[in-house]
Design a protein around this ligand. Structure first.
Ligand code: ATP
Ligand code: MG
Length: 248
């Protein structure tokens, strides 16, 4: 459980500045945050509050201006380009708002392609099954609905057996029903591992979901509320809700 195991991600006074003309924008302003294995974090905040920047820093897609970040027991603040690529490939599953699938590959091939890049992949077939797309596995992205495409993207993130999954507005482009299907698939991963329990807490996958949708924050173990590049508040939810019970 969170709090007992060691944090898998540790941000220490993390600051990220962007040059914007003559101005400097502090997209992250002295942020400290610990994320635990098996934890479901929802990051909420207005547009421009720094949510995507936070995710990009955790995913090593961008570098800090100041401060420190540790991931899975290693300082990743100043990695070489090669080490960053390796970290992103092996440890992190990404899910984006606009799916980022390869249009010329079928659903299953999109997953297999990623499986071939990593050291210890799970079964592509099993992952397609886990996201409920067995019947559609031979279809190309253009032949799938938005919700189905996003489920392929989730299967692709899961097949890496990542230590952390980072999802930036994964349901923003979807209608209510598809959004809930997509969320269920994502959240099941975390909650199933949670039920397994045992002493392997440190191997559990953490999930960070960025959203504008306050209702979605009800499924989290902790909600991180961002404002102007800072963490305004962290709300701990001992009574997280099921995806089924969400309404918007
Ligand atoms: N590459 C960049 N160059 C310059 N400024 C940037 C860059 N990326 C982000 N910013 C600025 O940093 C701040 C935080 O941006 P970020 O994308 O993290 O916000 P966000 O909370 O994800 O917003 P949204 O909900 O609209 O996606 C914003 O003021 C944004 O304009
Ligand atoms: Mg964003």
């Amino acid at each position: 459980m969170a709090g007992i195991s060691k944090p898998c991600i540790k941000l220490n006074n993390a600051t990220k500045e962007f040059q914007s003309g003559n101005d400097v924008v502090k997209a992250l302003d002295n942020v400290s945050l610990e994320i635990y294995p098996g934890e479901l974090i929802v990051v909420l905040g207005e547009s421009g509050s720094g949510k995507s920047t936070l995710l990009n820093i955790i995913g090593c897609m961008d570098e800090l201006t100041n401060g420190k970040i540790e991931a899975f027991g290693k300082d990743i603040t100043n990695l070489s380009e090669k080490e960053r690529t390796n970290y992103r490939r092996e440890d992190v599953g990404f899910v984006f708002q606009d799916y980022h699938l390869m249009p010329e590959l079928s659903a299953i091939e999109n997953v297999e392609f990623i499986a071939e890049l990593v050291k210890n992949p799970l079964s592509s077939k099993e992952m397609i099954k886990a996201v409920g797309l067995e019947a559609e596995e031979k279809r190309f992205p253009g032949q799938l609905s938005g919700g189905q495409q996003q489920r392929v993207a989730i299967a692709r993130a899961l097949v890496k057996n990542p230590k952390i999954i980072l999802a930036d507005e994964p349901t923003a482009a979807l209608d209510f029903r598809s959004a809930k299907e997509v969320l269920s698939v994502l959240v099941d991963v975390i909650r199933k591992e949670e039920k397994k329990g045992g002493d392997k807490d440190n191997n559990k996958t953490a999930l960070v979901i960025v959203t504008h949708n306050r209702e979605i924050s009800k499924i989290a173990d902790r909600v991180v509320i961002m404002k102007n590049g800072c963490i305004e508040e962290i709300v701990k939810r001992d009574d997280y809700c099921s995806v089924d019970s969400l309404e918007w």
